[in-house]
Design a binder for this molecule. Sequence first.
Ligand code: NAD
Length: 257
Amino acid sequence: MKKRTVLITGSTSGIGLGIAEVFAEKGYNIIFNGLEKNGAEIAREIARKYQIDHMFFGTNMLDPVALRGLVQNCVVNFGSIDVLINNAGIQHVSPIESFPEDKWNEIININLNAVFHLTKAAWPYMKSNRFGRIINIASVHGLYASEFKSAYVAAKHGVIGFTKTIALEGASFNITCNAICPGYVKTPLVETQISDQAKFHKLSEEEVIHQVLLRKQAVKDFIPIELIAQMSLMLASDNACTITGIALPIDGGWSAQ
Ligand code: NAD
């Protein structure tokens, strides 16, 4: 079988990088993306380790025209886009009365609108190939709210609504679309929150982890990146053709309450 190609946004850090590593191990061609300055180097290192074909593009999720170009690059270089993993995301924590408007727009554009632009651009290729797997890394905040995260919660709820709609539209073309909803994962996105909250609450970072962050999870541990990556791999497989439109919590029991 022809090697499949996966485009993973935000794959030079955190969860996306972990997903890339698992897909590389399975021999996928990978299009890496991210804003890390050493992104090309990170991508090259994984490609070398697993002997896979890859490309890296530092395309900014804020630029819809460039996002269409990113998908084009994928198809021109590898002949198809089989799996799209919408993972790039940012966070900003602030009460609504002081929530900066530019941060609101940035979060909605990166965490939600880019998911639309990339899905739309990949759609015709997936449809004509009669194969497509779209995996959106949403969040438990796509299902439940926490205070001071209005833009993030709104964007992630939007991603889940979008996921369900695309699942319905893709059903007759063997295109599935699913969302994964992690609880807290220890990545740079969360490390910033830990240090900010420690200052705000005048607590140690260890106290913030247990008293603030993991408070809502029944399992008082961070979610392993590897688990999200393995779940993504499963959802990308042929076997997963009838799993579509789900918002799958991997959240240490947060959403069970
Ligand atoms: P991270 O900060 O480690 O990685 C985010 C990635 O997105 C980086 O590669 C970054 O360069 C990229 N990115 C950010 N803005 C971008 C832009 N404008 N254009 C292109 N790339 C951009 O964070 P992470 O925790 O690995 O987050 C990955 C995804 O997982 C996000 O969508 C996040 O909302 C989601 N998530 C994270 C957690 C968590 O606890 N860490 C929990 C639930 C969901």
